[in-house]
Design a protein around this ligand. Structure first.
Ligand SMILES: Nc1ncnc2c1ncn2[C@@H]1O[C@H](COP(=O)(O)OP(=O)(O)OP(=O)(O)O)[C@@H](O)[C@H]1O
Ligand SMILES: [Mg+2]
Length: 324
């Protein structure tokens, strides 16, 4: 990939939850860049820190108990990690749009979708109702919602799952953000609708050029969409490569396991096999060794004593494993 301008630069970023019962180390010193126009996929199983690593940048997790313990998140020269809650507001929705997994809970149920869409636009741009409504209408058209004018007057429950997710994407684009965070936006949808949403996003990306972070536990979905993929395990990035490279040449035993557990195209997702034995870690203490060691078929002595750093194997392929 040619060197493009960096939009988001994350360095030694750590987030933990401090509750009375326990401390949960959710994100443990991650480093990455998101380039302009790039789609970056984040995969990993439940609890690996995908959501917390992204949503904490906009303070969209509960803080407390959540806390950014260290690191920086540079966006347009500003370190989001250091901003107070009130200063982060202009970034939410305006500079960085967010698409949540379940639009049913993300939308307010008692306000029409149109009203919800124009609210942020009017606040951020001091636009008139009429201007904001025109923008909402053009976005409903862009995301392929039939009868857009009348649908803007509908409530979230009046939409089908797929249409509601299209509306959510339209809402995320209202203020023309430089970047989108999409957190498992297709997980709740059936496979056909899921494919339509993925196609829609591919199409939109060509038209508007927004950078996207796409979070999913499904490596298949991510690989079809993202330019580059990062694999997270226990709050660490354990592998990062271009989608093609990761798919064809996975290096980390965990990534290999993830790929082996992918269902074939026509297989029912509910019949999915999980080939990675053992349990995901609790994350209530920081690892001395490799976090994957307890489940790894290739575990060596060294893996229990030292946590491997993410290091480049080739220009674009990084892995955290002593086998490499
Ligand atoms: N409010 C909270 N209080 C305490 N721990 C939390 C809180 N929110 C998240 N965590 C913990 O932080 C860790 C990372 O969670 P996160 O939601 O980022 O995982 P994820 O990779 O997005 O998983 P999923 O695929 O299920 O969405 C988990 O161990 C989770 O239990
Ligand atoms: Mg999540």
């Amino acid at each position: 990939m040619e060197q493009k301008e960096i939009l988001l630069q994350v360095r030694d970023y750590r987030v933990a939850f401090y509750t009375r019962e326990a401390t949960v180390y959710a994100v443990n010193g991650i480093n990455y860049d998101l380039h302009k126009g790039e789609t970056l996929g984040i995969v990993g199983e439940s609890g690996s820190g995908k959501t917390v690593s992204c949503m904490s940048m906009l303070k969209l997790i509960s803080m407390p108990p959540g806390k950014i313990d260290s690191g920086s998140v540079l966006f347009g020269g500003v370190d989001l990690a250091k901003l107070k809650r009130d200063k982060i507001r202009p970034y939410r929705g305006k500079e960085i749009g967010v698409i949540f997994q379940d639009p049913m809970t993300a939308f307010n149920q008692v306000i029409t979708i149109g009203e919800q869409m124009i609210e942020g636009h009017m606040a951020h741009f001091r636009s008139s109702r009429k201007e904001a409504l025109a923008r909402a209408l053009s976005l409903f058209e862009l995301v392929g919602i039939p009868s857009p004018e009348s649908r803007l007057k509908d409530y979230p429950f009046q939409f089908s799952g797929g249409m509601r997710q299209r509306a959510m994407i339209a809402m995320a684009l209202m203020c023309d953000p430089k970047m989108l965070i999409a957190d498992e936006p297709t997980t709740a949808l059936d496979v056909t609708i899921q494919a339509q949403i993925v196609d829609l996003v591919k199409d939109l990306r060509k038209q508007i050029g927004t950078s996207i972070i796409w979070i999913s536990h499904d490596l298949g979905v991510v690989a079809s969409l993202a330019d580059r993929v990062m694999v997270m395990y226990a709050g660490y990035i354990i592998e990062s490569a271009s989608s093609d490279d990761l798919y064809e040449r996975p290096l980390h035993p965990y990534t290999k396991g993830l790929l082996e557990s992918l269902p074939s195209m026509n297989e029912d997702a509910s019949k999915r096999l999980t080939s990675i034995g053992g349990m995901p870690p609790y994350m209530n203490k920081l690892n001395i060794g490799c976090p994957f060691a307890p489940r790894c078929k290739h575990v060596m002595d060294k893996c229990l004593k030292e946590n491997p750093l993410l290091k480049p194997i080739s220009a674009d392929h990084l892995v955290a494993c002593f086998l490499m």
